[in-house]
Design a protein around this ligand. Structure first.
Ligand code: BMA
Length: 366
């Protein structure tokens, strides 16, 4: 009898172990593995809203309702270097209101189509969300009320409204599937630039505990909805002086984040930018290594790129020093753009960046 129990025990142990070894990684775990495998080859180029409009073109007609007959698959990046960005970024701002178009007038149906298309080309998707202010009704940039996050967590009517908003985000994310019904992997990056005070979830607008409450509310909701295709990215803004203590004050926690990074724009002088970025990437790469996280420049750029050698002279030397998975340039439209088009002063330099061994565009990751 004793030996029977012993044999049974061993058999159960073996079964449990093999169950563990055959457990399929989730879609987001597969994406993390892909990012990890690609990283030693170099860093990917990303662009926000790449297929919708560019410096000189827009597929949205002036009626703001219909799309012009721009050749399908237009892209300033592709027009400049002959290849698409490896990473494409999209924003859900407006989905919370039940709007048909996002805050930059792009129809959510079109966003869905382009996300699936880029995934099927072999590209990588990142999604941000600039939700309206649920208390004032203003935009994400309305910082007139510093109790918004607290209200979402504590006030019944704000809580209920925010629950509706999360539901709409979840409903949209659930539709990001290939024809075979396989969910598209997404680097999901909510509550970004939270160390600045220009969004209602910013530094001076909520306490650390409230920020964590906001993060967890959204993450727990979407995870509870079965969305295991989201790779969660924590992305404050360029700081220039991160300390461990300050960084972890709002960091959601190792069990909640897979990729860390920051949004780093050159707004002032080149020297200020490079010094701050270099310091921050030193800190972030140390933190990423210690905590087993992926890292990226989750947004970056130099508005309207007035410097013809900015890419290879200013940005590349800093990026080369750190194990970033990608750098993500913000959107291009006539007044403001962060990636060149073929006639832009930095186009030739951007081509040089493209030709470098360690920069990855779509063809490099397919
Ligand atoms: C900002 C600007 C805005 C835009 C928002 C969301 O940085 O580009 O014009 O509405 O991002 O894309």
């Amino acid at each position: 009898m004793r030996s029977c129990i012993y044999v049974l025990g061993i058999a159960m142990l073996v079964a449990a172990c093999s169950e563990k070894t055959v457990k399929e990684p989730t879609i987001s775990e597969q994406l993390a593995e892909r990012l990890q495998t690609l990283q030693p080859k170099g860093y990917m180029m990303g662009h926000q809203d790449d297929p919708f409009y560019g410096v000189t073109w827009s597929s949205l007609k002036s009626d703001k309702k219909t799309y012009a007959a721009w050749p399908a698959d237009s892209s300033d990046v592709c027009r400049t270097v002959g290849d698409y960005p490896a990473v494409m970024g999209f924003d859900l701002g407006g989905i919370e209101m039940g709007d048909a178009k996002n805050l930059d007038s792009v129809a959510f149906s079109r966003i869905r189509t382009e996300i699936i298309k880029h995934h099927e080309r072999g590209g990588i998707i990142t999604i941000s969300w600039h939700p309206r202010n649920p208390v004032t009704g203003g935009t994400a940039w309305d910082v007139s009320d510093s109790t918004v996050v607290r209200q979402i967590l504590q006030n019944d009517s704000a809580k209920a409204l925010f629950a509706t908003w999360m539901g709409r985000v979840g409903d949209f994310l659930k539709t990001l599937k290939t024809e075979d019904g396989v969910p598209v992997p997404v680097i999901f990056r909510p509550w970004h630039e939270n160390n600045g005070s220009w969004f209602w979830w910013g530094q001076k607008l909520c306490s650390d505990e409230e920020f964590h409450g906001l993060w967890n509310t959204l993450q727990d909701y979407l995870t509870g909805e079965g969305l295991d295709n989201l790779l969660w990215s924590y992305s404050p803004n360029l700081d220039g002086g991160w300390t461990q203590e300050r960084f972890i004050a709002r960091y959601p926690g190792n069990d909640r984040v897979s990729l860390i990074g920051e949004d780093a724009y050159q707004w002032g002088t080149e020297e200020e930018f490079v010094t701050a970025l270099d310091k921050d990437l030193t800190f972030l790469s140390g933190f990423a290594k210690e905590n087993g996280k992926l890292m990226a420049m989750t947004e970056c750029g130099y508005k309207n790129i007035p410097d013809s050698t900015w890419w290879t002279r200013v940005l590349k030397p800093v990026m080369d020093k750190y194990p970033i998975c990608y750098f993500h340039t913000w959107r291009n439209y006539s007044k403001e753009y962060f990636a060149p088009d073929p006639d832009q002063v930095s186009a030739a330099d951007f081509k040089k960046l493209y030709e470098a061994e360690n920069t990855l565009f779509l063809k490099d990751i397919q």
